[in-house]
Design a protein around this ligand. Structure first.
Ligand SMILES: CC(C)(COP(=O)(O)OP(=O)(O)OC[C@H]1O[C@@H](n2cnc3c(N)ncnc32)[C@H](O)[C@@H]1OP(=O)(O)O)[C@@H](O)C(=O)NCCC(=O)NCCS
Length: 163
């Protein structure tokens, strides 16, 4: 056995392999012009709360996949207002807003296992812990697990009705 760096010629050959199989089976991503496509667009939202004049938080949607109708989200609360319940309110508001205004079936996010408030919010809202990326997150020389959480539109609607 042997391994070598792939040459241009090899890469041409790999492209031919792809054409023989169904791209839809090889990747869950969108397919455009026979290639998998990653949307680099970021939907960026600023969250305003109460009498606070500046944004109290931000909520971003990215990795938008129109084929499986999913997007990844990331969020942060203005550091001045951490631990005052704003993250909870913002995520509830933003997840509802995104499901209402965009044709998506799933919202997912990745968070450090050490990030207690983030994990707490996702659990509180009924997000499902889909997986653990083991020792994926380096912090001060220590490798922590990262969690992938997701919520389906149907689950969110059900959770919302109950709460
Ligand atoms: C994660 C983040 C958005 C949470 O927002 P927040 O406004 O501080 O959170 P909340 O005040 O709504 O608290 C959320 C929950 O975490 C708990 N919590 C808050 N701080 C905590 C802490 N330091 N340790 C343990 N639990 C904590 C709260 O009690 C609450 O749980 P409960 O509703 O069951 O009582 C905020 O900390 C932040 O912006 N962090 C930096 C960016 C980040 O980490 N983003 C997530 C990456 S995906």
């Amino acid at each position: 056995m042997e391994i070598k760096r792939s040459t241009k010629l090899h890469k041409e050959l790999f492209k031919k392999w792809q054409k023989e199989g169904r791209m839809e089976k090889i990747t869950c991503r969108e397919i455009r012009n026979g290639k998998h496509y990653v949307d680099t667009k970021v939907l960026s939202f600023s969250f305003f709360y109460g009498k606070i004049k500046e944004p109290a938080g931000k909520f971003n949607c990215f990795n938008i996949n129109k084929r499986n109708k999913s997007c990844e989200c990331g969020y942060a609360v203005n550091p001045k207002y951490h631990g005052k319940g704003i993250g909870t309110k913002m995520i509830k508001y933003c997840v509802s807003y995104v499901f209402k205004n965009y044709d998506l079936n799933k919202i997912y996010c990745q968070t450090g296992s050490f990030n207690k408030p983030s994990v707490k919010i996702l659990n509180n809202f009924g997000f499902h812990r889909d997986g653990v990326l083991r020792e994926h997150h380096e912090l001060d020389g220590k490798f922590w697990d990262d969690y992938i959480f997701s919520i389906l539109r149907s689950e969110w609607e059900q959770w919302y009705k109950k709460n």
